[in-house]
Design a protein around this ligand. Sequence first.
Ligand SMILES: Nc1ncnc2c1ncn2[C@@H]1O[C@H](COP(=O)(O)OP(=O)(O)OP(=O)(O)O)[C@@H](O)[C@H]1O
Ligand SMILES: [Mg+2]
Length: 286
Amino acid sequence: MKVLDFSKYPLRKKSYGGANGNKISVVIDNELYMLKLPSHAPKNINISYANSCVSEYLGSHIFNMLGVSAQETILGTFVYNEKERIAVACKDFEKDGFVLQDFASVKNQIIDSNSNGYGTELVDILETIEKQQLIDPIVLMSHFWDIFVIDALIGNWDRHNGNWGFLYNQDSDEIKLAPVFDCGSCLYPQINETLIEKCLKDKKELDARVYDYPTSAVLKNGKRINYYEFIHLHEYKACDAAISRIKSRIDLNEINKLIDELEIITDKHKQFLKLIISARFNALFE
Ligand SMILES: Nc1ncnc2c1ncn2[C@@H]1O[C@H](COP(=O)(O)OP(=O)(O)OP(=O)(O)O)[C@@H](O)[C@H]1O
Ligand SMILES: [Mg+2]
């Protein structure tokens, strides 16, 4: 896999929000990309700042692989102040007059909902999905659970209501599902080589990351959902349906190949990612 140097591409004036690291825009092959440039983890300098780029890249690819449309991503480097940093380029999906309208803003439209747009209590999310009239509620319900189930597989702890949504065209009033974006908090971006070593040697360390954390950004009775416990409760038919749908599309060899092709992480890190994905797959879906 050829690693691109993003600093060679022309910059654009578009800026992006979000709380996790710097972002700039560049044009690559006539297409606009958001470049995510994470900073060093302030508390632990041993944590590679590159991890969240790898998570963004792998997470987005896994969504696409499993039939849920996600942003296109490329891993590369960016030179700033003579220092080379790992970056991930995310193709900008706001085009042809369509802009992102996140789920939080749609939740704000539901007049009698008693929680705010960013509230992630599951029952309120489901109520919004049923009451909104922008998209067929059945289609939106399946989409929500597809994302939830894939987030469970890749251990995403940050799918808040601002991290998924719709593309809206103000001129035509058309609306459609937005590709999945912001997967930077999946696949243990906080892991470092010492912890990787521990997980490879000690089943308890690995199990904690399969059964206990990360938890979901979605809440049940005010508490972040534990993916393992929630999935095995079989409380929601639509969630079970998403599991069978997504599970039938998972090919662990294909995911392993994607990981093996990465150039910027160590072999141990690859081993860890492959192990944790297959352990999560078995624990959650078998
Ligand atoms: N591929 C994309 N195309 C267009 N806009 C995007 C794309 N990805 C993200 N955005 C916009 O940029 C914002 C910031 O991106 P992103 O959510 O990836 O950053 P973040 O800092 O990780 O966010 P958070 O605060 O959720 O951790 C998003 O909320 C969205 O509005
Ligand atoms: Mg975000």
